[in-house]
Ligand binder design. Structure first.
Ligand code: ACO
Length: 345
């Protein structure tokens, strides 16, 4: 099934409440209408309700007008509860009542607080805000999932050439958040991406830790970082199929792998590529997108206790619909995992 149809179908199976804090942004409003119409998620918008409805009416968005939940940041019955929540989370950083009240006037902070309070399941923004501004409230208030200390990101790449990955599907990480991960952070990015492969796409990960050397063919401290990260994951997660350090050709071409790394655990058939730095990852996904005409869905933010996803400022209405669907799947899977962990205690 086509990827977009698949994620929308999965999102519909367990409808989640997704906040779209950029609630006057035209593409966001158009996407909200489609999402509500197609039953993909319940939508929460932020702004003066009369003004949001007027903006939607002007665009003939009847589903937004009649069915979106609209939260008024200046007149919300739970505002004192939300202020107390922020203070409890951030007082060690010098945030008290007045600052919390000010923060909540920013829809991006209000959205993260609503999620932390359990009144929504996920958020999508970034059509008009920069990546850091979208993610920072999540880092500060929602924080990481249990067992994870680093938030990172992944792109789902759909290649035209179906011989790579799983029928053309590959995951690339980290292409959007951590500029220069340490060896421990790189190990964590690999583990978190493996979890995303399983939870979001039901794919069994085969992970290649990429560098400019294959199994010691060159020497450099940048290579050591990738080799050490690989060993950390192999030692701690013996069931994960992961190998490195390796060059891209050994990771994705079986004949090259057989020559360069005959003993590798993955046999030139990786479906998850972990890049050594943000420069490498960000450049790589854009190369594949432009030269190979691959579809690139993301960045999907992984590792937060509840999902917040960032849009490109050049995004289309269709992009927003799909990112909301993926956010809803992440939210549902995350809740299931939390419940499973709680029942194991
Ligand atoms: N995981 C978990 N927590 C984090 C992370 C992380 N990766 N990064 C920062 N934090 C936490 C910090 O510990 C801190 O918490 P605290 O306030 O409780 O102590 C809080 O978040 C804020 O930390 P800062 O260091 O001030 O974070 P900053 O806001 O400067 O940086 C950001 C975060 C903006 C995401 C930064 O990592 C960044 O700029 N990354 C690159 C983003 C980018 O430009 N990507 C390319 C474009 S996207 C694209 O092309 C698709």
């Amino acid at each position: 099934m086509e990827f977009e149809k698949l994620v929308q179908k999965l999102a519909k199976q367990n409808k989640q409440r997704i906040v779209l804090p950029e609630s006057f942004e035209p593409r966001t409003l158009d996407a909200a209408d489609i999402i509500i119409r197609d039953n993909i998620a319940d939508i929460i918008l932020i702004g003066n309700p009369d003004d949001v409805r007027a903006a939607a009416k002007k665009r003939n968005l009847s589903h937004v007008v009649s069915k979106a939940t609209i939260i008024d940041p200046l007149n919300h019955p739970k505002i004192d509860e939300y202020i107390a929540l922020i203070v409890s989370l951030r007082k060690s950083k010098g945030v008290f009542e007045n600052t919390a009240r000010e923060l909540l006037k920013n829809p991006l902070y209000l959205a993260a607080t609503i999620i932390k309070a359990g009144d929504a399941d996920g958020e999508v923004a970034g059509a008009e805000n920069a990546t850091g501004d979208v993610l920072r409230p999540g880092f500060q208030l929602i924080k990481t999932s249990p067992g994870i200390s680093l938030v990172s990101s992944v792109f789902v790449i759909i290649l035209k050439d179906k011989e790579f990955g799983d029928d053309g599907i590959m995951l690339f990480a980290d292409c959007a958040v951590n500029p220069n991960p340490t060896e421990d952070e790189l190990a964590e990015i690999a583990v978190t991406t493996a979890r995303t492969a399983q939870n979001l796409l039901a794919i069994t990960p085969r992970i290649a830790m990429l560098s400019f050397s294959t199994h010691g063919s060159a020497k450099h401290k940048m290579i050591d970082k990738v080799a050490t990260a690989t060993k950390t994951v192999q030692d701690n997660y013996p069931d994960l199929l992961i190998d490195g350090e390796m060059q891209l050709d050994a990771a994705i071409i079986p004949e090259v792998c057989a020559k360069k790394a005959p003993n590798a655990r993955i046999k030139g058939n990786a479906n998850v590529l972990i890049f050594p730095s943000l420069e490498a990852g960000n450049i790589a996904y854009k190369l594949v997108q432009r030269f190979a005409h691959a579809d690139a869905y993301g960045p999907i933010i992984q590792g937060l206790a509840a999902p917040i996803n960032d849009l490109s400022r050049g995004c289309s209405v269709n992009d927003i619909v799909n990112v909301v669907a993926m956010t809803a799947i992440q939210a549902h899977k995350g809740k299931k995992e939390t419940m499973k962990n709680a029942s194991n205690i």
